[in-house]
Design a protein around this ligand. Structure first.
Ligand code: MRU
Length: 345
């Protein structure tokens, strides 16, 4: 398994695996400037809700270390935090990690103490995520039976988090324990996270993996090849509506039709009780160029066609069988079960 995010040995750079190059090229980037770090999030060189949070925490630490002595340290720190926070709106993990970083600094006005606190906190955020993913994987495995076919969407594996991932955790852990699963990955248009990243991760783990185009899911379900759908998510509202990669809700609708359980996996920190329902979740709209050209050699569309490119959609709570966090398996009614999990976290 590849390291996706780490701090350089001298603490002056964040090193990331460039997820836009996978699976053809394993390329690491040394990021030192605010511009490079913001670009990395916006262009999805680093992506996946928990990974964005971990990365932003390290980025803030590295930027803080390099604030010149002549500049108001705390003012600049807040400015960097706001700039990083503005890069992508949907995943709550980004703002959550950045808020944790500032909270760790607390009220101190001492630059050295603040830097020490920031350094500790970004490492803690990543270490905690490793434990969180492991716990989600255990709960996830308890939902699976040997030989099941599991459909997944986008990428919610180790690349998007820390070891094990969220939605892929049960499959990876189960495989380590000798289970035989059949994983089906949807390509996930337009940026192909399923084709490029999920299929890569699962094949590298040695799991029986089949890649399908997004519009093939219904056929496979109708043929009885899928026993469960496992997806990650970027934000969960208090009523259990969940935002995840565009197209996730389409899989949930199909799963309901074919009576296949549809599970959502995420850290408890992804639960956003300030959003009453999915209507309160901001959905990122991305450039139409991703659809015009995307991963194709040249434009495949008429240059004047209008493009709609929302990056996420909301799966209504009533289509979700359970929401699985490191604290346990939440079942409907979510307004009660999520509140209990949130209180305990
Ligand atoms: O646009 P992306 O690639 O960052 O979208 C990622 C997803 O939708 C994932 O499913 C989600 O972040 C969960 S990652 C554990």
């Amino acid at each position: 398994m590849l390291d996706n995010i780490k701090l350089s040995a001298d603490g002056n750079a964040v090193i990331i695996l460039d997820q836009t190059r996978l699976p053809c090229e394993v390329k690491y980037l040394n990021l030192t400037t605010a511009a490079e770090m913001k670009k990395a999030i916006v262009t999805l060189q680093v992506r996946g809700a928990p990974a964005i949070g971990i990365f932003a925490a390290y980025a803030l630490y590295v930027l803080a270390r390099n604030i010149p002595k002549s500049v108001d340290f705390f003012k600049k720190l807040n400015q960097y935090k706001d700039e990083l926070n503005a890069t992508r709106p949907t995943a709550v993990n980004l703002s959550h990690a950045l808020e944790r970083m500032l909270k760790a600094v607390g009220k101190t006005k001492n630059r050295k103490k603040a830097l020490a606190a920031l350094g500790e906190e970004c490492r803690a955020i990543q270490h905690e995520d490793i434990a969180v993913c492991r716990s989600i994987a255990e709960y996830s495995l308890s939902l699976l039976k040997d030989n099941w076919g599991v459909l997944t969407y986008c990428n919610a594996g180790p690349l998007a988090t820390s070891r094990y991932g969220t939605a892929l955790g049960g499959l990876i852990l189960g495989h380590e324990r000798g289970y035989q699963f059949k994983a089906f990955c949807c390509e996930t248009r337009p940026l192909m996270q399923g084709a490029r990243l999920t299929a890569y991760e699962l094949v590298e783990e040695g799991i029986d993996t089949t890649l399908i185009c997004d519009n093939m899911a219904s056929k496979l379900m109708s043929e009885g090849k899928i026993q469960a759908c496992f997806v990650g998510c970027d934000r969960v509202a208090a009523n259990g509506d969940t935002a995840n990669k565009i197209g996730t809700s389409m899989i949930a609708v199909l799963a309901k039709h074919y009576k296949i359980p549809f599970y959502v996996f995420c850290p408890a920190s992804t639960l956003d009780m300030t959003c009453k329902s999915g209507r309160d979740i901001i959905i990122e709209e991305r450039s139409g160029e991703e659809i015009h050209t995307g991963y194709f050699k040249e434009r495949i569309t008429h240059k004047d066609v209008k493009i709609c490119n929302p990056a996420f959609d909301v799966t209504p709570a009533d289509l979700i069988t359970a929401i699985v966090t490191e604290k346990g398996i939440c079942k409907p009614p979510y307004s009660n079960s999520l509140k209990t999990v949130k209180k305990g976290s």
